[in-house]
Ligand binder design. Sequence first.
Ligand SMILES: [Zn+2]
Length: 102
Amino acid sequence: MMQRHHPKPTLASERAAARRVLADLFPEAFEVGLAFDLSLLYAECGECGRPLVWPVNVTRLVLKHAGVAPESLDYSHLLRSNGCAVCSPELTDPIITLVRLM
Ligand SMILES: [Zn+2]
């Protein structure tokens, strides 16, 4: 009997296969502009480095207020404040900055 050679799957090929499966299941999630989930946008305090945990939808409102289109963002972006309730309790109106890494 002939032995068939199965190439060992690489991480890249496994990811591509998983993406194909997801694209079949949730095609709307892969349309342009919808591929990045805003709830994954990381926010941190620029003074003490703590992650900023805020209610659902605040990120969307912050971006809307700043005139930033969510579709223009990806995983290289994060939000940074000039203080948080822990390190700067006197700060009532923190300034939120959009930062692009790399
Ligand atoms: Zn802080």
